[in-house]
Design a binder for this molecule. Structure first.
Ligand SMILES: C[S@@+](CC[C@H](N)C(=O)[O-])C[C@H]1O[C@@H](n2cnc3c(N)ncnc32)[C@H](O)[C@@H]1O
Length: 124
């Protein structure tokens, strides 16, 4: 799935978490991404030296993804909102796997990632 152009879609109708960012992703990226980007350096600092795969749960428009890629992490972004994932794809390019999924039902094995981050995901 790495480097796929479109997000892998794994949500299904049994998932009840509402998707509220669809249709707002461009607005969010213009007005709020500059704020959430302030967390990128602390996140990278906490993660330390890149050592494999990191999953960004609730990645939104992917503001933290390019700096993680630049530090050598193999990044997978997960979000409920396909609109947010569209922005993340435009920002991060082909070198990232993007998965449309619910954080309450992640479609990964327990040991698939070496690290996980989730920033500002208190809103759906
Ligand atoms: C405030 S934005 C933060 C985006 C990004 N983490 C950042 O720091 O800029 C919250 C994001 O979390 C996503 N989200 C919220 N609940 C989620 C869930 N249960 N599963 C996946 N994504 C979720 C939303 O769709 C939205 O894109």
């Amino acid at each position: 799935m790495r480097a796929a152009l479109d997000p892998l879609r794994v949500r299904d109708s049994s998932m009840k978490t509402p998707v509220t960012y669809d249709g707002l992703a461009d607005w969010y990226d213009e007005h709020l991404a500059p704020f959430t980007a302030l967390a990128t350096e602390p996140i990278c600092s906490l993660l330390g030296v890149a050592h494999g795969r990191v999953v960004d749960i609730g990645c939104g428009g992917g503001v933290h993804i390019p700096p993680l890629l630049a530090r050598g992490w193999d990044v997978t972004g997960v979000d409920l909102s396909v609109d947010q994932l569209r922005v993340a794809r435009a920002r991060a390019g082909r070198d990232v796997s993007l998965v449309e999924a619910d954080a309450t039902a992640l479609p990964f094995e327990d040991d698939e990632f070496d690290a996980a981050i989730s920033a500002f995901t208190h809103t759906a």
